[in-house]
Design a binder for this molecule. Sequence first.
Ligand code: G16
Length: 528
Amino acid sequence: MDLGAITKYSALHAKPNGLILQYGTAGFRTKAEHLDHVMFRMGLLAVLRSKQTKSTIGVMVTASHNPEEDNGVKLVDPLGEMLAPSWEEHATCLANAEEQDMQRVLIDISEKEAVNLQQDAFVVIGRDTRPSSEKLSQSVIDGVTVVGGQFHDYGLLTTPQLHYMVYCRNTGGRYGKATVEGYYQKLSKAFVELTKQASCSGDEYRSLKVDCANGIGALKLREMEHYFSQGLSVQLFNDGSKGKLNHLCGADFVKSHQKPPQGMEIKSNERCCSFDGDADRIVYYYHDADGHFHLIDGDKIATLISSFLKELLVEVWWGDWLPSKTRLSEIVPVYCTKTGVKHLHHKAQEFDIGVYFEANGHGTALFSTAVEMKIKQSAEQLEDKKRKAAKMLENIIDLFNQAAGDAISDMLVIEAILALKGLTVQQWDALYTDLPNRQLKVQVADRRVISTTNAERQAVTPPGLQEAINDLVKKYKLSRAFVRPSGTEDVVRVYAEADSQESADHLAHEVSLAVFQLAGGIGERPQP
Ligand code: G16
């Protein structure tokens, strides 16, 4: 490592005085103008991680659902997963080091992690469409090159596409070809194969309205649509031609405001979906005949996918010993983890088949190598109906992005399942009834004063907060409420549900007031 060169170039990407940032749920996120030094330093860190793992490492420049003025960066580990926790700590240390301490921190990390500095390093970089992203990704490249790392800059990519590229490169192409074209072809081939089997291929199943949050999803979907157009036609809205990224549109807006995005005309019972700014989340929705808005979030997406996988597994293997009326919940255990796909992803990896989704629409399904092999064999050896079901499983495995939750891949999975099962969006929605709920944000001076346990469903600190929530919850029927610090925005998130929308709204408001009072609220008191 040429420490002299690092010091020289680091001065060109100087850290603003006194700025302290934390590697959060999905990397660093803050106002774009504060991130130049972080990008340079994450370039350095990616090289060290690449040398240590002897693998390609990814760096994605995005702030996903955050406002356009924000930006962010996260590192992607060898199998396309989020960065290992010990390296998150190194990332925080390095990002916050003063200029004069940079050399020491880099040497510390290299020693602690036994990094062989002679090893080659390769880093791949992607970025979203924010105005600040191009310059910031150049700072990442500066960091990579100053420590002698090789790199490939993919330019504009969705976040899940970058995860996919990393996974492909580190599995010698077995997972797929590490090009945008390779991604389009792999997913589209699986989708077209699947939808060929659908007996209902009327117009209802062929068209979908997509709100792209004025982000990268629009660009990529437009490039990709002709690959799968024989199975689905998509109509894009909020494609970035005029509106602002994530402003009054996108999955986060639709989920948290429980209303449709601006700029999209919805006729009754039309199937619509929204991506977020970097296309790693998706939610569906429709207006019923009375004009009421219905949201279909990550929980219902997980239910649709799990039920479909269960049906195929029953057909291929389990049918001989499982009573046909067995309920999904009897054979599919459900687990909760802390917020953050990294937690869910690791939990899902513990199983042969793991389906995970956050309510905000972030998720995917994972299949163990053993299960994939068994399905492949079954698709070759079994006969008739069993063989057909095994073939479908084979294709659906290819259609999921197993490196990360992916709005494009999830959209195609959902569309294929609806077409194959002949389900309308209302029938899907009717799989179960959600309790009315409300999410709010509260501004506090330091959101770290709130700590939680039990998969973030109980507050441990500040003292008295959980007791206050418990008392409020007792006032409403069928109610629950949780609070937790956000890992991506400087806010505390409040969630409440109850037997009616009015009660859920009241409860959420009262809990917000308790947070404001007990956790050091700043600015205006939460208004009803
Ligand atoms: C990121 C994480 C998600 C998390 C979301 C919101 O998503 O990857 O797991 O749910 O942030 O986190 P929080 O509510 O703590 O702010 P994205 O789509 O913004 O990258």
